[in-house]
Design a protein around this ligand. Structure first.
Ligand code: HSE
Length: 400
C-alpha cells in the first residue's frame, strides 16, 4: 500500500484527490496495490467536503510521517512549494508535481536531490496538462535521437487564434470574450506574449537533450500582432496560423523559438483547434509521433499527476532516472534557420518585390492598399537583410 500526501487543495490538488478516489479500483487493479491519500495540506477548512477527514495545516506532520512515501505538490508558485519539495525529497519521499514554474527554475537541482535520497521527482503535468509527453520522452523515446519538437503548448492562444479564424474576429475582441468566460487570465500576458509556451518548450528541450535550457535564450514572439487580415491571407493560401513552440537539433547545434507560424493542412498540428494542445516529435529512427489532448483543466492535469504517483508507487525505494543536467544547453541564434516567410507590404508590383526577395507567391486581392507574398526558402538573417533593403514591411509571419 502506498500512502500519499497532497499539498494544496486548489484546482489541481482537489482533482488529484478526486482521480484517486473515483478511479480507486482501476488504479488498484493496474498497480496491483492500493494508493491511499493520508493527508491533504491546505490553510483553509473544507467543512462539507470529505477531504476534511484527512486535512492538515502543518507540513511537519507529513514530513515526519514515515508512512507517506509520495507527495503531490499541487500548490503552484515558487514559494513555499520549492522549500516543501526539497524537504520532502530530503526525507526520501517522491514528489509528483504540476508546478511548471518550479520545474523550469529548479528541475535539475530537484532531480539530483531525489537521486541523492533514493526517491523520484516527476512532473508529467507541468507541460501539456493531461497529455503524456514527459514520460514518452523519458521511456518510449529513450532510444531515439530527437531531431525536433514542435508544440502547440498554450491553450489560451490556440483558442484565440481558432476563434479569429472561424469567426473572423479581431484579436482584442476574442481576448475580451475569452476573459469574460474565464478561458483567459485577467492578466493574459504570459499566454499571449508566448512566455508560457516558451517555459514549456524549454522544459521539453532540456529533457530531450539532457542539459538545461535557459528560457531567456529562446526567441519568443506572441500573437498580439496577428490580425483578421492575416487570417484572410492564410485562408487564401489554404492555411491557418498557429503559435508554435519549436526546438530543433541540427548536427551539434540546437535552435529554439516561439512564434506564430502559417501552417498548411499537411502538418498534423493544423487540425489542433480551440484550447487543445499537441506536441509533434520527430525522432531519427521512428520518425514522427504526436501527442494530443487537454493542455490544462482540473481532471486532465490531475490525471497526469496521478500517473506519476502510480509510477512512483511501482518503484518504491528506487530513483527514476531523468537526464536533465545543470550544464547549460547552448541555444544557437536562429539566424541560420531556413524557412519561407509570409510578408505584407503596401501595394507593390511583383517585379518590385522579386527584385529584392527573389521569386515569391503573390496575393494582391486580399486587403485594400497592400499585398502579401510568400518567399522561397531563405535563412532568417537573409530575410532580415532583404526586409531592411525593401523597407516598409507591414508584417511578417514565418511559414512552417
Ligand atoms: N495558461 C495556460 C494555457 C494553462 O493557456 O495553456 C496551462 O499551463
Amino acid at each position: 500500500m502506498a500512502k500519499v500526501a497532497i499539498l494544496g487543495y486548489g484546482t489541481v490538488g482537489s482533482g488529484v484527490y478526486e482521480v484517486l478516489k473515483k478511479n480507486k479500483d482501476v488504479i488498484t487493479g493496474r498497480l496491483g496495490d492500493e494508493i491511499i491519500v493520508k493527508y491533504v495540506l491546505d490553510l483553509r477548512e473544507f467543512d462539507s467536503d470529505p477531504v476534511q477527514e484527512v486535512l492538515v495545516h502543518d507540513m511537519e506532520m507529513i514530513l515526519n510521517d514515515a508512512e507517506v512515501s509520495i507527495v503531490c505538490e499541487t500548490m503552484g508558485g515558487e514559494h513555499p512549494a520549492y522549500e516543501y519539495t526539497k524537504r520532502a525529497l530530503e526525507a526520501g519521499k517522491s514528489v509528483c508535481t504540476s508546478n511548471k514554474e518550479l520545474v523550469e527554475k529548479h528541475g535539475p537541482e530537484l532531480i539530483q536531490l531525489a537521486k541523492a535520497h533514493n526517491c523520484s521527482y516527476l512532473f508529467e503535468a507541468s507541460v501539456g496538462g493531461g497529455i503524456p509527453i514527459i514520460r514518452p520522452l523519458r521511456t518510449s523515446l529513450a532510444q531515439e535521437d530527437i531531431l525536433s519538437i514542435t508544440g502547440i503548448l498554450n491553450g489560451t492562444t490556440n483558442y484565440i487564434l481558432t476563434k479569429m479564424e472561424t469567426e473572423g474576429l479581431a484579436f482584442e475582441t476574442v481576448l475580451a470574450r475569452a476573459q469574460e468566460k474565464g478561458y483567459a487570465e485577467k492578466n493574459p500576458d504570459a499566454d499571449i506574449l508566448g512566455l508560457d509556451a516558451c517555459r514549456k518548450i524549454s522544459i521539453l528541450t532540456s529533457l530531450a537533450y539532457g542539459k538545461n535550457v535557459d528560457f531567456a535564450d529562446i526567441m519568443t514572439e506572441g500573437i498580439t500582432a496577428i490580425t483578421s487580415v492575416d487570417f484572410a491571407y492564410a485562408k487564401k493560401m489554404g492555411a491557418t496560423i498557429k503559435l508554435f513552440a519549436k526546438s530543433v537539433k541540427k548536427g551539434d547545434k540546437y535552435y529554439a523559438l516561439v512564434a506564430p507560424f502559417v501552417v498548411k493542412p499537411e502538418n498534423p498540428l493544423y487540425a489542433v483547434k480551440g484550447v487543445f494542445n499537441a506536441i509533434l516529435v520527430n525522432a531519427n529512427m521512428g520518425g514522427e509521433t504526436m501527442y494530443y489532448g487537454k493542455g490544462a483543466g482540473k481532471l486532465a492535469t490531475a490525471s497526469a499527476v496521478v500517473a506519476d504517483v502510480i509510477d512512483c508507487a511501482r518503484h518504491t525505494g528506487k530513483h527514476l532516472h531523468i537526464k536533465w543536467e545543470d550544464e547549460k544547453l547552448e541555444i544557437s541564434p536562429i539566424d541560420g534557420a531556413v524557412r519561407r516567410f509570409f510578408v505584407r507590404v503596401p501595394m507593390a508590383d511583383k517585379a518590385q518585390i522579386e527584385n529584392v526577395f527573389g521569386e515569391v507567391e503573390l496575393f494582391q486581392d486580399v486587403a485594400d492598399g497592400e499585398c502579401g507574398f510568400v518567399t522561397e526558402e531563405m535563412t532568417e538573417v537573409s530575410y532580415r537583410e532583404k526586409a531592411a533593403k525593401f523597407g516598409n514591411i507591414l508584417s511578417m509571419i514565418r511559414v512552417d
